[in-house]
Write a new protein. Structure first.
Length: 605
């Protein structure tokens, strides 16, 4: 039998070649060559230009990272080198013959040609780098695509009558009042009816006498559903869009009607009109089905978790209003902030509550008693709505996390100055803070000061790096997984603790190193790439790995909901097809590589 015939025979038993048409397989086989290596011989080293795609015909190959740590021990029918070929042609790892081995080497040109021509072949080797195409609709529609880009405006000295004629002639229901590019206020048809006609106001008066000053706004990067949430929660029908202090557009109820997604819109509407906690709990009971629908629409994982978190935000803000109605107006300004997955906008079907209350320094002891009762009411309400109490009591109802701003500043100063184990744990959670309700002016200075101080303290950053490396991807030998060994979830992967948490930890460290204000993990990684904290190639690999791991976690939870089970984070690898198992493991390898790079850089600094 000729060598070519032997190669074809082997390829016919190896995925993804086994699904290629015979003629295509024979043509591709001509681009393979055979290479042999002795035990201990280097096949390629980190940074080398790759000769092509390697396929193991017999023997075994060890793959190590830049620091010499083992990434994989590959056996017969395993590939390696594809990541570097699909990126820049340079090896990101080192490959060494663990035993005497025979390899089949496919030329880079033939490999890339087949990837470009064959979608199934490309999916096998792309390692999840392409994000799922989002379903069309309001959930993924950005405000910049919805808004009127040339909205009608007037100056604050424009007579009311002229403004009314402007509305009529332009066939609009609102006019933005501006000074240059700065938004001053908003006038609507309702204002003309209620403030002018109903009160017999002189229409020669300037429009500034009836406009709504400092109206609620959004930025162009918000999603279409953010418009719904803001409109319903604040009972408004017109929403100006402002970017960098400049008025750039307008969105109205008419603009978004055609994008309504009935199930989500109904949930938001019902929550916004709920009068009791029990009514809200009846709405949040639909969350598992909501998650299943979102995942079933093949939305990107970060869109799914953003939408799920939006519901938690609305529930929290409704409870804050209820608390103010229950106990009276707050005696001093306060800020309710979420941390953990809600803070990062990464909630799934399994989420407890993590929150805190920051109170203005002017608060008296009596005022603090008010806020302690206030916090208990909100946390109890969240628990009733399915956001169960935090096992670690990291909630505003715990006195430690309901404090004046000066105390919070002291907390961060202490954690940074003396980064012991508890400080690392607490700082890891609290650096994910995001304002939910109250006075946001209490938050910005705290975040800026904490990021500045942390980034300048190399010891603190080193401790945070060390802490971030404690959660490791579940990688075993022989291209297997390190599954849970005993207990209820035996032989499963913890897709939270060993899946997304290592990536969340990496993102948080990158944010500290670069003083990045972003809280969301994906936004942190993107920001780290843009700021040069990590390389573009490494960052893109990490984003692809994150997408693969987070998507697998959500699909597992959605499948449980479909089967009538309570969603959890424990995925059995045996439940996945071989194709998906391979991609998931490759994603874990990328995460371990990035952890290794972070640890190595920290050791050198």
């Amino acid at each position: 039998m000729s060598d070519t015939a032997k190669i074809i025979g082997f390829l016919q038993t190896t995925h993804p070649y086994d699904v290629l048409p015979q003629a295509e397989l024979e043509e591709l086989s001509a681009s393979f060559s055979r290479k042999s290596f002795r035990e201990g011989e280097t096949i390629y080293a980190h940074g080398d230009l790759l000769e092509g795609l390697y396929l193991i015909k017999d023997g075994s190959v060890e793959i190590t990272d830049v620091n010499g740590g083992q990434v994989s021990l590959l056996q017969k029918s395993n590939h390696f080198g594809e990541r570097g070929l699909l990126r820049d042609g340079v090896a990101a790892t080192t490959a060494t013959a663990a035993t005497d081995c025979t390899l089949l080497l496919l030329t880079p040109e033939a490999f890339k040609t087949e990837v470009a021509a064959n979608a199934a072949f490309a999916r096998y080797f792309n390692r999840g780098q392409a994000r799922p195409k989002a379903a069309s609709g309001l959930m993924t529609q950005h405000v910049s695509d919805l808004m009127a880009h040339a909205p009608v405006t007037c100056s604050e000295t424009t007579p009311i009558a002229d403004c009314a004629r402007l509305m009529r002639d332009e066939k609009v229901s609102s006019v933005a009042v501006t000074e240059g590019e700065r938004l001053l206020g908003l006038v609507t048809v309702r204002d003309m009816t209620n403030k002018v006609l109903a009160e017999g106001r002189d229409t020669a008066l300037p429009v500034s006498t009836i406009m709504a000053r400092d109206p609620i706004t959004l930025d162009p990067g918000a999603l279409g559903t953010d418009v719904i949430h803001v409109m319903l929660e604040n009972h408004i029908g017109h929403l100006p869009i402002v970017e960098g202090g400049k008025f750039v557009g307008m969105v109205t109820q008419t603009d978004i009607t055609r994008f309504f997604g009935s199930s989500q819109t109904q949930m938001v509407f019902d929550l916004s009109n709920a009068k009791t906690i029990a009514e809200m709990a009846a709405v949040t009971a639909r969350l598992p089905d909501f998650l299943m629908q979102l995942v079933g629409s093949h939305l990107a994982h970060d869109i799914v978790t953003r939408k799920v978190t939006d519901i938690a935000d609305i529930v929290t803000r409704r409870l804050l209003k209820m608390a103010e109605e229950e106990f009276g107006p707050p005696p001093v300004p306060y800020l309710w902030a979420a941390c953990g997955s809600q803070g990062r906008r990464e909630q799934t079907g399994v989420s407890d509550q993590d929150n805190c209350l920051i109170v203005d320094n002017a608060a008296t002891d009596a005022d603090m008693d008010y806020f302690r009762r206030f916090a208990r009411f909100v946390c109890d309400g969240l628990d009733a709505c399915g956001y169960v109490y935090c096992p670690g009591e990291m909630m505003a109802m715990t006195e430690r996390w309901c404090q004046r701003l000066s105390v919070w500043e002291g907390y961060f100063n202490k954690w940074i100055a003396a980064p012991d184990n508890e400080a690392q744990m607490l700082a890891s959670v609290m650096y994910d803070l995001r304002p939910i309700g109250g006075d946001e002016r209490l938050f910005a200075p705290l975040q800026k000061t904490a990021l500045e101080a942390a980034s300048k303290n190399s010891i603190f950053v080193a401790h945070m790096i060390s802490n971030s490396l404690k959660h490791t991807p579940p990688l075993g030998l022989l291209r297997g997984f390190a599954t849970i060994k005993s207990g209820e979830h035996r032989n499963a992967l913890d897709m939270k603790a060993n899946g997304v948490v290592p990536i969340v930890d990496l993102g948080r460290v990158y944010a500290l190193q670069g003083k990045l204000p972003a809280v969301n993990t994906r936004a942190r990684i993107v920001g780290a790439i843009e700021a040069g904290i990590i390389s573009e190639t490494g960052g893109k690999d990490l984003l692809a790995a994150y997408d693969t791991i987070a998507t697998a976690r959500l699909e597992h939870q959605a499948a449980q909901v479909r089967d009538g089970q309570k969603p959890d984070n424990f995925l059995s690898p045996s439940a996945l097809p071989a194709f998906e198992r391979s991609h998931l493991r490759d994603a874990f390898v990328i995460v371990r590589t990035m952890q290794s790079s972070l640890g190595s850089a920290s050791a050198r600094s």
